[in-house]
Design a protein around this ligand. Structure first.
Ligand code: PMP
Length: 381
């Protein structure tokens, strides 16, 4: 009888397995979200067929552009806001203000979440920030303060202006509402949320079969959180920093040997104008970057031309319309696949945002090139 029972149970499990698997899959998709914040994270991993076939590796993009605010920064903005709430520094619908100094996606994520959760976003940015980004911030109802571009040591620089603005309201005892400074560069909620969510998701999505992780560094939060997580899970997983031309790290990154010189602070403007790529390329060592630096195995330099050609290649072959940092990561992944990886290795890179935020600068240039058909040609450019 025991044998018959066991056989019956086994055949039942086998018969029900596809149904159970589908049930598990559809559960996530059908679940109702109670608020916008519930839609953040759990982004898909997309196989990039053209890159995979050309290299013999399995190359995937972590589709952070699928977050409701259009980038990985939704995770960071939410983690920072939740942390302020947990510490009773802010309360919804009381007129509390969240300040941030940013010319990029973090401001858009903060602005979106502030509207959704009952806060005011006050974003300080350089007055040469592209119209598409300023308009997005406006759509989400952020207070926008434009300041003259300046180096980080200047008190009027946009990050410093945001801190000053928050301090001014917070120290005003006659005011009922509070203000906080999100501080994505130094706030450690940043790398921690990538450790707790982005990296964990990639680990689960690949079933732990991961050989290389490729990311740029803007604040350093993504690469730090993911590097720490992956090294703890499996020390043989390699983390690669994809670094654009003009980055302050550029001269410190030599063929996989980690940095030996420190760029002087206050050189950001010079570096910024050197590249069309936005969002990545550090010129000072932030707290978030320094947390993960020791776990980064190597760095790949990527030129603007390579990133532009990759943008066209992925558009043509995959129907993908990616932002500039994602294209830098894709170039670095292909380089790794040809040089450091073995056939069949799995490489995951971050697709941080879509091309729509990069129309007036990066994509305007990308459209001047025909889509290349040869991947090696891009890398040899
Ligand atoms: N890509 C884009 C478009 C970004 O805006 C940023 C953040 N500045 C990054 C990549 C890099 O992410 P992180 O700040 O986690 O280093």
């Amino acid at each position: 009888y025991k044998g018959i029972h066991a056989a019956l149970i086994l055949s039942l499990v086998v018969a029900l397995y596809p149904w159970l698997k589908n049930l598990k899959k559809s559960k996530g998709k059908q679940a109702k979200a109670e608020c916008l914040a519930d839609l953040i994270g759990n982004t898909p991993l997309l196989k990039i067929r053209s890159l995979s076939e050309a290299t013999g590796c399995e190359i995937y993009a972590k589709m952070e552009l699928c977050n409701p605010g259009g980038s990985a920064k939704d995770r960071v903005a939410l983690a920072i806001i939740k942390d302020f709430e947990d510490r009773n520094l802010i309360k919804p619908n009381r007129g509390d203000v969240i300040f941030e100094g940013t010319s990029g996606s973090t401001g858009i994520s903060i602005a979106m979440l502030c509207k959704s959760l009952g806060y005011t976003a006050h974003i300080c940015l350089p007055d040469d920030t592209s119209d598409e980004k300023v308009n997005l911030l406006r759509m989400y109802g952020a207070v926008i303060e434009k300041v003259k571009p300046a180096s980080i040591v200047d008190p009027n620089q946009y990050v410093n202006a945001a801190k000053t603005g928050a301090d001014r309201i917070a120290s005003d005892s006659s005011s009922d509402n509070n203000a906080v400074f999100a501080d994505q560069f130094e706030n450690e909620c940043n790398w921690k949320v990538h450790y707790e969510t982005t990296a964990k998701e990639i680990w689960e999505q690949t079933g732990g079969k991961l050989n290389f992780f490729v990311s740029g560094a803007g604040t350093g939060g993504t690469i730090a959180g993911c590097s720490i997580y992956f090294k703890q899970k499996n020390a043989t997983i390699k983390t690669i920093l994809a670094d654009p031309q003009g980055s302050g790290l550029y001269n410190r990154v030599q063929y996989g040997i980690m940095y030996d010189t420190v760029e002087k602070e206050g050189t950001r403007r010079r570096h910024q104008v050197d590249t069309l790529v936005e969002g990545i390329g550090l010129n000072r060592i932030t707290k978030n970057f320094s947390r993960g630096e020791m776990y980064i195995d190597a760095a790949e330099k990527v030129s603007d031309k390579q990133a532009l050609l990759m943008a066209r290649y992925l558009n043509e072959n995959e129907g993908l319309f990616l932002g500039s940092s994602s294209c830098v990561n894709a170039v670095a992944s292909a380089k790794i696949a040809f040089t450091k990886a073995k056939k069949g290795d799995t490489i995951v890179f971050v697709a941080c945002d879509s091309g729509s935020r990069h129309l007036s600068k990066f994509w305007k240039e990308a459209l001047k090139f025909d889509a290349p058909s040869d991947l090696r040609g891009i890398l040899n450019t």
